[in-house]
Design a protein around this ligand. Structure first.
Ligand code: ZN
Length: 271
């Protein structure tokens, strides 16, 4: 009898875990997913709006146009990739937006639904459109791979005792907003810096390379961009926010080099 109860409990646990997991598009990795994508999306639209209201858009028309143009090209690449792989529905409710924010902070991020922010502080590091495409491709890859939702799931489980996102937002609005910021790489303002996991970083690198290649940017530019990014750390007491959330080392840059041949198969020269 006791054995039967144990079996039943095991069965229920497995059922619960399966129900709480989803699969990362393209790499096929199983990830923890306690927050439904629809909740993530509506939360994202709200938080992105709030963010734009409390920050200043850059008045540099040339750089702003470059951010919007690069983002648009990568968006089309992602959409094509998802259609070609029978995953069109995953992007159904996306409302892509690419904005350049006036800020000294070296940072860039993408929230669910394709809501992208690039800070003017990162432009000296990205240098040109190729470098920008590396960063934007990488951030968009984090978003379409559901990494934010995965981080949010862990944070809700660990910090708020597994409260559902909607409940957390009503009962603990400030705490859940802070977790949201941390999940998407803008937690520095609330003192919550959470590095992306190694698995998520490698995944975003690999997908980002494919997307930038499909958008007509040579993926080899990723190697020099990440080397330039790593050099930012030298001689500074505190590394830039972007490096705190996207830890970079030799092994990672080597992994990017190894992923280049796969990405080059997707490369299309811009016409
Ligand atoms: Zn990253």
């Amino acid at each position: 009898m006791r054995q039967q109860v144990r079996n039943l409990l095991c069965f229920l646990c497995v059922l619960f875990l399966i129900g709480s997991c989803s699969t990362v598009p393209i790499t096929g990795r199983t990830q923890l997913s306690l927050v439904p994508p629809s909740s993530m999306l509506s939360m994202s639209l709200q938080q992105y709006d709030d963010f734009l209201k409390s920050h200043t858009l850059s008045t540099d028309t040339v750089s702003t146009a470059m951010v919007k143009n690069t983002g648009g090209r990568i968006q089309k690449a992602v959409e094509r990739y998802f259609v070609e792989h029978g995953m069109r529905r995953e992007l159904k409710n996306y409302a892509w937006e690419f904005n350049l924010i006036e800020s000294k902070e070296v940072n860039a991020w993408c929230m669910p639904g394709g809501k992208v922010a690039v800070y003017t502080g990162i432009l000296p590091v990205t240098k040109d459109e190729n470098g920008l495409a590396v960063v934007m491709g990488h951030e968009i890859a984090h978003a379409v791979a559901g990494h934010g939702g995965e981080r949010m799931s862990y944070l809700l489980a660990v910090q708020l005792g597994g409260l559902a996102l909607a409940v957390a937002m009503t009962e603990r609005p400030q705490a859940s907003r802070n977790l949201w910021f941390a999940a998407f790489g803008l937690g520095a303002q609330v003192g919550l810096i959470l590095p992306y996991s190694r698995i998520q970083e490698y995944e975003a690198d690999r997908l980002g390379l494919v997307f930038m290649a499909m958008a007509g940017y040579e993926p080899r530019h990723a190697v020099t961009l990440w080397e330039r990014m790593a050099a930012q750390k030298e001689g500074k007491k505190a590394p830039p926010v972007f490096l705190s959330t996207h830890p970079t080392d030799k092994a990672r840059i080597e992994a990017i080099k190894r992923a280049l041949p796969e990405a080059m198969r997707y490369y299309r020269k811009p016409s």
